[in-house]
Design a binder for this molecule. Structure first.
Ligand SMILES: O=P(O)(O)OC[C@H]1O[C@](O)(CO)[C@@H](O)[C@@H]1O
Length: 524
């Protein structure tokens, strides 16, 4: 795959303006040398324990033989199905790596009881589960692990032969008892920058991805990224990402350039930049998305190519990039850190993620049923004055400002309920504004930071469902159904509270299929 980047229109103007400043401040070499002072005094202490991703090679070299040896052992025992429990940075990169190499890796990054149940009750006799959490305390991951452990026991399989952990040294999960293997990750790398560490490499490597080639690709660009000169592609991308006035970055893959890469980049960019009322909102779409047909003044298109186009329209603002996967991880991580420097924020914290977790926790401790404002066939509506679904959608979208965006949060099964994704294009077409689509609670570890910490421009459509077949979380006083409902209502409460003041409509599906059909119909 070709390596290159082309910017045009206002994105090129931004590069022309900012590149000399980045070179003069030696930002490329300072990041490569893990200088924690790049982002200012207030970010220094966090940055001093978060820059390991800039030089991941030595640690990766040590890890590769261990992963490959375990893979051989598992294959010899007929353990060919690899599942991964983990949220955000602990599952997004391995999902992209596995998709890129076309190997099967089953991702469990949800609390939807239907989806968890399907994953833990399939082919257990040949399944190994990687449980990945940097902090070792993420409630979703812990709950998924409990569900798997119980399912193995019920099937007469010793979980100790099937659980593989990836976590930071000394985290609450860092305990070899009852597991087959533990891989300690580099504590100096945050979740969303961890693609080329144990978090990205262990699950995808066990699933059969060519992780040696991935690391090699990443290594090829290392010298370029550490250089303080005009050829440094990450400095170009970082400068283009902060193109003035264009803070909605629509990421579109052309052809099969890098399947799923947009979802990984979405977390990296949203959680790193969306804070202090600033940030770049990633909008993952496809090349035919309405946002890219009539490009609004605040939209910045970013096209992922297998090969750069021979010609680009110089007047049209856009970023075009083409790079192999390992190289792309490195370029985007460096560029996001550069964008953080230019925006004047700390790209390594996520100060607003905690609020939704606290709200969900208090709802779990004291559940409140709450009754809908209106019922329309197979949907219940919360947070509206309207009398039906179509009216409620009108009411919500009418609150979109000129620079606003609509965010759909679907707390459903992202495989069985995938038909709902069509709602994104329908609403983008209808509103003429950018629309993001996230599966809950997965997006809480991605764009969730931006929604609460970034500019106050969003209006939010939550989609939840009744859980006919709920699933207990062993050893916990709440079920998966109770947890996902608390996560949705907790995040909705934070978004609409006095501090954030954002419009939130919740549509609860009493029948999933009929409710999804009703939403698509009402939006079209
Ligand atoms: O790996 P952990 O600690 O379970 O965290 C998962 C995700 O949650 C966050 O910490 C917060 O959303 C992300 O930054 C991270 O990728």
């Amino acid at each position: 795959m070709e390596l290159g980047l082309v910017t045009s229109g206002e994105a090129l103007a931004s590069v022309d303006q900012l590149l000399p400043k980045l070179i003069e401040a030696r930002i490329g070499s300072r990041i490569a040398n893990q200088d924690p002072t790049v982002w200012g005094a207030s970010a220094k202490s966090e940055a001093s324990i978060r820059l390991g991703w800039a030089q991941p090679f030595e640690a990766a070299e040590k890890l590769l033989p261990q992963i490959l040896e375990l893979r051989e052992q598992l294959l010899a025992e007929g353990l060919t199905r690899i599942a991964l429990c983990g949220m955000g940075g602990s599952s997004l990169a391995p999902e992209v790596i596995a998709a890129h190499d076309e190997v099967d890796l089953v991702i469990c990054d949800t609390t939807d009881p239907q989806m968890v149940s399907t994953i833990v009750n399939t082919d257990l006799e040949r399944t190994v589960v990687v449980v990945a959490s940097k902090s070792g305390s993420t409630v979703e991951t812990d709950s998924q692990r409990r569900a798997f452990t119980t399912a193995f026991e019920a099937a007469g399989i010793d979980p100790a032969t099937r659980l593989v952990l990836v976590t930071d040294p000394s985290s609450p999960m860092d305990n070899p008892e009852g597991v087959r293997a533990i891989f300690n990750a580099d504590p100096n790398v945050g979740g969303r920058y961890s693609a080329l560490t144990a978090f990205g490499l262990v699950p995808s490597g066990l699933a059969g991805a060519d992780i040696e080639a991935l690391i090699e690709e990443a290594g090829l660009i290392s010298d370029l990224l550490s250089s303080d000169d005009e050829d440094n592609i990450a400095l170009h991308l970082g400068a283009a990402l902060v193109t003035a006035g264009r803070d909605k970055l629509v990421i579109a893959e052309i052809g099969d350039a890098l399947p799923g890469f947009g979802d990984w980049a979405e977390q990296l960019i949203a959680e790193s930049t969306g804070k202090l009322g600033k940030g770049v909102l990633p909008v993952v779409a496809d090349a035919n998305a309405p946002e890219l047909k009539n490009i609004a003044a605040d939209i910045l298109p970013l096209y992922l190519h297998e090969q750069l186009p021979e010609e680009v329209d110089e007047a049209a603002t856009a970023i075009h990039i083409s790079a192999p996967l390992g190289t792309s991880f490195m370029i985007f991580e460096y560029a996001t850190a550069v964008a953080g420097y230019l925006l004047g924020i700390n790209p390594f914290d996520q100060p607003d993620v905690e609020a939704a977790k606290v709200a969900a926790r208090s709802l779990l401790d004291a559940p409140t049923a709450g009754s809908p404002d209106t019922v329309d066939g197979s949907v219940e509506l919360f947070g509206t004055q309207a009398t039906n679904l179509a009216g409620a959608l009108d009411e919500l979208t009418a609150q979109l400002g000129e620079d606003g965006y609509l965010s759909i949060h679907a707390y459903l099964d992202r495989h069985a309920d995938a038909g709902l994704e069509a709602l994104r294009d329908l609403l983008a077409e209808r509103t003429g504004r950018p629309v993001t689509f996230g599966w809950g609670p997965r997006f809480l570890h991605s764009t969730g930071q931006y929604h609460k910490g970034g500019p106050r421009q969003g209006v939010f459509l939550q989609v939840t469902a009744n859980h006919e077949q709920d699933l207990e979380i062993p050893g916990r006083p709440f079920s998966f159904g109770g947890l996902i409902t608390a996560q949705a209502t907790g995040d909705g409460a934070v978004l609409s509270d006095a501090k954030h003041g954002r419009p939130v409509l919740r549509v609860n599906l009493t029948d999933r299929a009929a409710g999804i059909a009703a939403l698509l119909e009402a939006a079209s």
